[in-house]
Design a protein around this ligand. Structure first.
Ligand SMILES: Nc1ncnc2c1ncn2[C@@H]1O[C@H](COP(=O)(O)OP(=O)(O)OP(=O)(O)O)[C@@H](O)[C@H]1O
Length: 527
């Protein structure tokens, strides 16, 4: 019997129908994959299932749900949690100033009796901190996560936050169904592999998992069955063993997707470097850089890879001056000021951050303004002079935004749609469009395809290659997906323990990359 039945679910946001009579069934303890392009309606369906306020404040939904044999109509996430449904959202819902333990135990704090509580009641019970810490540690241990549970969440790398959110869910005792909205998007390949093992264990314990991911290999590897959505409609529900990855991609996108292999070109390392990092130190929590020396040539695509927490993410954040940085950064031989993001932008260095929520979008502004505003600010782009007056050229902004919407396949109702109402993947594409609009000489991109569907991923990578080829833009791409780095980079620097461990060609063997990431000598496996 199904644990969850969602029948004929439809949802409209201000006249825009985003779910059209969708049906979804999940059995107890099974791992069920939910697939679909950016904007297909996956998060909306999950928000309905989890009773998220956004659903009810926008007119509710149509259709019926049954959970654990009973009619189910959650009005709030509390209703869902009471039934034994947990959800880890695409965007983190942690409280930055609280410690890891406080976040895991939020609203479910362990308490113990005090003298007064015995008389007056449970309100005067006191927090049982040792027990809270012990149970938090236990949940973190189940995820093989070794982090001090008393650390504050603020400033931790995004990969850690994901594990903490999951730890919070598995710490709940009545959990029957766990919804995971792109849980592995922020994890490195090895962390993701470890995470998939955890999911399998949870399923063995009888907890059903609803798993949203754009990584189809993961879907193939761990799910028992899948449901595919396209443009808000159900395409197919099928047992995973009866479908391969190519077919899954075709069901999602409705056409064949081809992937090119390496794009590598020869880089002349004898030329003067275009960007040089000398003894760079960056104090980014969880991603410390400890003396990086790197020379990047004009027109190169340099990949930065390595395991989470080893410092690869810190490098671009440091160059851009977002965390305290020491050392020397030379652009075309000229020393750049440190710790000054504005000056870096003025020097034609732009950054697409891995943290799209923290430094991301103006959610209550339309797509076109989001794409244009940094360029207006920094470069006075899209400004026209009328006599002594400078005014923003709305027409030019719109036509540029429309081109970006087309190039990056941003799924929206038009360039005037507020970015708050875009799906996560489409918000990410707007961030990419904004960085590209600056048309920088050096573009730093961090996890550019995180949370982006398989078809759009190709578009984003192709766009980077096109900018590199046509404008000779120098690109430094940081990614936890080695396959993606290999696809577009000319060279790949592997960062371990805050330093450059090795620089490898993209066609080096898996073994060489594996050894470098583990901080080992690669001379025996590389010529
Ligand atoms: N609060 C909202 N108001 C208006 N429209 C919305 C709102 N939330 C989502 N939408 C629209 O609903 C559609 C489905 O979005 P949803 O977030 O469910 O997609 P998704 O499949 O989860 O995509 P992704 O993989 O990018 O996360 C999109 O067209 C989106 O713009």
């Amino acid at each position: 019997m199904s644990l969850l039945q969602m029948e004929n679910i439809s949802k409209t946001y201000s006249g825009n129908q985003v779910l059209k009579s969708v049906t979804l069934n999940i059995k107890a303890g099974e791992i069920h994959g939910l697939l679909g392009e950016n904007g297909a309606g996956k998060s909306t369906l999950m928000n309905i299932l989890f009773g998220m306020p956004v659903i009810h404040s926008t007119g509710g939904f149509e259709g019926n749900m049954t959970f654990d044999g009973k009619p189910y109509l959650p009005k709030t996430p509390m209703d869902a949690m009471k039934m034994g449904i947990g959800m880890v959202h695409q965007e983190f819902m942690l409280i930055p100033g609280f410690t890891i333990t406080e976040n895991i135990k939020l609203n479910r704090e362990n308490t113990k009796d005090t003298f007064l509580s015995k008389i007056i009641g449970p309100k005067l019970e006191k927090l049982d901190l040792p027990k809270m810490k012990e149970e938090s540690k236990e949940a973190l241990n189940k995820l093989n996560m070794t982090v001090d549970e008393y650390l504050p969440v603020a400033g931790l790398p995004v990969g850690y936050m994901q594990f903490i959110e999951i730890a919070r869910e598995i710490d709940k005792t009545n959990l029957k169904l766990l919804i995971l909205d792109e849980p592995t998007a922020v994890l490195t390949e090895s962390e993701a592999a470890q995470f998939l093992e955890v999911i399998k264990n949870l399923s063995n314990m009888g907890i059903a998992i609803l798993f949203i991911t754009h990584r189809l290999d993961e879907i193939k590897q761990v799910t028992d069955s899948i449901t595919v959505l396209r443009d808000g409609s159900l395409v197919k529900s099928i047992e995973t063993k009866n479908v391969d990855i190519v077919e899954m991609a075709r069901l999602m996108v409705g056409r064949e997707i081809s992937f090119e292999t390496s794009n590598k070109k020869e880089i002349d390392l004898d030329e003067k470097p275009f960007l040089e990092l000398k003894d760079l130190y960056v104090n980014m929590p969880g991603e410390k850089v400890k003396g990086v020396n790197l020379k990047i040539q004009k027109g190169e695509i340099l990949g930065l890879g390595g395991l989470a927490g080893q410092g690869k993410i810190g490098i671009s954040n440091g160059i851009m001056g977002l965390y305290p940085t020491q050392g020397t950064i030379l652009k075309d031989g000229k020393e750049m000021p440190l710790n000054n993001p504005r000056e870096m932008l003025n020097n034609s260095i732009a950054f697409l951050s891995e943290d799209r929520k923290g430094v991301g979008l103006l959610l209550d502004e339309p797509i076109d303004f989001n794409i244009a505003y940094t360029s207006i600010e920094i470069q006075e782009k899209f400004i026209k002079n009328i006599g002594p007056l400078k005014i923003v050229n709305g027409k030019e902004i719109k036509s540029h935004a429309n081109k970006m919407i087309e190039d990056l396949d941003i799924r929206c109702t038009g360039s005037n749609q507020y970015t708050r109402f875009l799906s996560g993947g489409n918000q990410q594409k707007v961030c990419i469009a904004r960085a590209l609009t600056l048309n920088p000489e050096i573009l730093l991109v961090s996890e550019p395809t995180r949370g982006i569907d398989i078809g759009a991923k190709k578009l984003v990578l192709d766009t980077l290659v096109k900018l590199n080829k046509e404008l000779n833009m120098t690109i430094i791409i940081t990614s936890s997906e080695l396959a993606e780095l290999r696809q577009i980079s000319d060279r790949i620097a592997i960062i371990t323990e805050g330093k450059v461990q090795s620089i490898l060609p993209p066609d080096a063997s898996d073994e060489a990359f594996g050894l470098a990431m583990a901080g080992k000598d690669i001379s025996e496996v590389v010529d």
